[in-house]
Design a protein around this ligand. Structure first.
Ligand code: NAP
Length: 214
């Protein structure tokens, strides 16, 4: 697939790198031209340029790997290019609060929903927001015989298909988690999980499987 990546930070490197290794054509778009060039070279991307060029390049998929507060604005700026494309939103709208990690969106619309409203023709998918960026650098099979899962929320079947292909190509397991109206649950889950991590706990221990089920 032709994939445009907006951003040059940790998630752009992790997901863009994994997708390039899986054989996809990845284009890195950054507002800092030198950072986009350096990342593209590091991960073996097909090209690099501006965010607008990345949005235009991603004929099948565009990844928004930017801060959650920026993603809807970028989506609005590039709404024309994003129309008809699968737009992957990996963002987490989080900020430290007095009692722990909090959602900056509160009880309001999810970031994925805000992106959809900002770019009405785009097929938004919420995905890849739960695992830390470092996880995508591990080779397929590194986690044992049962691959870890990537929950995702999508409305459009074609967009769900693109993300399913990306996840399986990385050696992970797709976990459909409903439509985009459930994306707020994935964002809230990130707040819970990251809050537990920051407090020194292991959130995976809260979801045991009965022996023999895994
Ligand atoms: N890191 C993780 O483990 C992880 C895991 C899951 C989800 N996420 C989510 O994924 C998203 C990206 O995280 P990250 O770790 O990759 O962040 P990051 O390393 O801080 O990178 C953010 C990128 O966004 C760019 N950016 C910021 N404002 C921009 C704007 N107005 N226009 C264009 N580009 C802009 C930055 O460009 P400059 O360098 O020019 O500032 C940078 O390339 C966040 O929403 C985060 O919550 C992160």
């Amino acid at each position: 697939m032709r994939i445009g990546v907006l951003g040059t930070g940790g998630m752009a490197a992790a997901l863009g790198g994994a997708w390039a290794r899986a054989g996809h054509e990845v284009f890195i778009g950054g507002r800092d031209a030198a950072a986009a060039e350096a990342l593209a070279e590091r991960i073996g991307a097909a090209g690099h340029g501006t965010p607008a060029q990345a949005a235009g390049y991603g004929e099948e998929v565009v990844l928004l790997a930017v801060p959650a507060g920026v993603a809807p604005t970028l989506a609005r700026e590039h709404a024309g290019a994003l129309a008809g494309r699968t737009v992957v939103d990996c963002t987490n709208p989080l900020a430290p609060g007095p009692g722990g990690v909090m959602l900056t969106t509160g009880a309001g619309e999810s970031v994925a929903g805000l992106i959809g409203a900002a770019a009405p023709g785009a097929h938004v998918v919420k995905a890849f927001n739960l695992a830390h960026a470092s996880m995508w650098h591990h080779p397929a099979g590194a986690f044992g015989p049962v691959p870890p899962a990537v929950p995702f929320c999508a409305d459009a079947p074609g967009a769900a298909g693109h993300v399913t292909e990306l996840i399986t190509g990385m050696g992970w397991s797709p976990m459909p988690a409903g439509g985009l109206d459930r994306a707020a649950y994935l964002e809230a889950t990130a707040a819970f999980v990251i809050g537990v991590w920051w407090a020194g706990g292991s959130p995976a221990l809260a979801f045991p499987e009965a022996p023999g089920n895994v």
